[in-house]
Design a protein around this ligand. Structure first.
Ligand SMILES: CC(C)(COP(=O)(O)OP(=O)(O)OC[C@H]1O[C@@H](n2cnc3c(N)ncnc32)[C@H](O)[C@@H]1OP(=O)(O)O)[C@@H](O)C(=O)NCCC(=O)NCCS
Length: 209
């Protein structure tokens, strides 16, 4: 399986994997609970996405010499390690799955394919000030969307509105860093730095709390 593994620093790493239909890598490292979850996914593509994302976590952990602890989901859908150590976030999109792990602080990762149609739904997830600075460019809109997804996943709780609660500072379509803050929630004072890059037709973003 093709993988891009990146050690961000001594406490964090990310891995991006191509989802391959003929992958025969073992899933023995999964916890019993995860094996049950996997067995309950009936859709073949979803199974591949799910499994590849877990292999991505494993690869990121291996880079940091951390044993795979097993992960469970809370009531919001966010994954947590079963031994209470470290923070993880996952993403999958057509053909790619990825994960980020940090020893000490929450993280969020997202991947999205750049599509023309995102221009039509900007009003749903963008504040008027963001609509003002964004060019009518699918890449620019996808970066904005993905940055908000990463922040959403980093904070982890449903009920945070992309349009009303996550505000991006102006950035250009070739930006590799996007600054943002969450407003009018319990985390209203928190400022985020989102890292962004483009892999072929896919935007990858991640943030560390
Ligand atoms: C749940 C949500 C975060 C998933 O993101 P996505 O881009 O659709 O899908 P991705 O593949 O990138 O991410 C899926 C992973 O997100 C993780 N996830 C789900 N809910 C989460 C949460 N509340 N917090 C953190 N991570 C979460 C899961 O690990 C999931 O992977 P898994 O099912 O294999 O475990 C997203 O669909 C969502 O609900 N976003 C907020 C809703 C919203 O406000 N939308 C904008 C309206 S205009």
């Amino acid at each position: 399986m093709q993988t891009k593994i990146e050690k961000i620093d001594s406490s964090s790493a990310l891995a991006i994997k191509i989802i391959e239909t003929h992958d025969v890598d073992s899933l023995d490292f999964l916890s019993f609970r995860e094996k049950l979850s996997y067995a309950n996914i009936s859709h073949p593509e979803k199974r591949m996405e799910w499994a590849t994302a877990r292999r991505a976590i494993k690869d990121a952990l291996d880079t940091l010499y951390i044993p795979y602890p097993g992960f469970f989901k809370d009531e919001h859908g966010k994954s947590h390690s079963m031994n209470g150590n470290g923070f993880v976030s996952l993403s999958h999109t057509e053909g790619l799955a990825g994960a980020i792990f940090h020893r000490d602080t929450p993280v969020g990762i997202d991947m999205d394919i750049i599509r023309e149609k995102i221009l039509r739904i900007g009003f749903r997830f963008l504040d008027p000030s963001e609509l003002d600075f964004l060019e009518k460019d699918p890449l620019h809109y996808t970066l904005a969307w993905s940055a908000k997804e990463s922040i959403f996943k980093c904070q982890g709780r449903r009920g945070v509105s992309f349009r009303d609660n996550i505000l991006l500072e102006p950035f250009s379509p070739d930006a590799t860093v996007i600054k943002a803050r969450i407003r009018e929630t319990d985390y209203s004072d928190h400022h985020y730095t989102v890292h962004a890059r483009v892999i072929n037709d896919t935007v990858l973003t991640y943030t560390i709390w």
